[in-house]
Unconditional design. Structure first.
Length: 153
């Protein structure tokens, strides 16, 4: 199982960075290889990805979501196995650190080689940089969901 740990500092307030991250259907605007995310309900999202010609569909469940602090998820269906958490830390009134920690189980020779060569880490780092650009260019979030999803709830 591969582990990813990346972070980026964004030039927007904590509330704005967190609120944008909860807009899962906007992920294709800054995540490479993500074609579509459909939010099914407060806890579940359906993903369609295409990475190096390998198209995958899978579902994720939000297992912990605390406004302005964290969003944690895990896959629940499909041939992609991952879990992770994104946390948000206020640096000052107009800057936020976004931290990503994720574990993913690679399947297939190409995916295992990509993980071993650091491709997955670079993609995550690139996604965070694109998130930074996306939110800083806008200056405000495209929407917000401020609800609490408690573990086991």
């Amino acid at each position: 199982m591969g582990t990813i740990s990346e972070s980026v500092d964004v030039g927007v307030p904590l509330h704005t960075a967190y609120s944008q991250w909860t807009q899962f259907e906007e992920f294709p605007n800054f995540m490479e290889g993500v074609e579509q995310v459909t939010q099914v309900d407060d806890r579940h999202n359906h993903w369609v990805t295409n990475v190096a010609g390998a198209r995958r569909e899978f579902d994720t469940e939000i297992v912990d979501q605390l406004p302005d602090e964290r969003v944690a998820w895990r896959t629940v269906t499909g041939d992609v196995r991952q879990r992770g958490v994104v946390t948000f830390m206020e640096l000052d009134a107009s800057h936020t650190r976004v931290n990503l920690a994720m574990e993913l189980e690679t399947s297939g020779l190409a995916e295992k080689a990509a993980d071993a060569l650091g491709v997955v880490d670079r993609r995550a780092r690139g996604d965070l940089r694109r998130f930074k650009h996306f939110i800083e260019e806008r200056g405000s979030e495209t929407g917000a969901w401020r609800g609490r999803v408690a573990p086991g709830g």
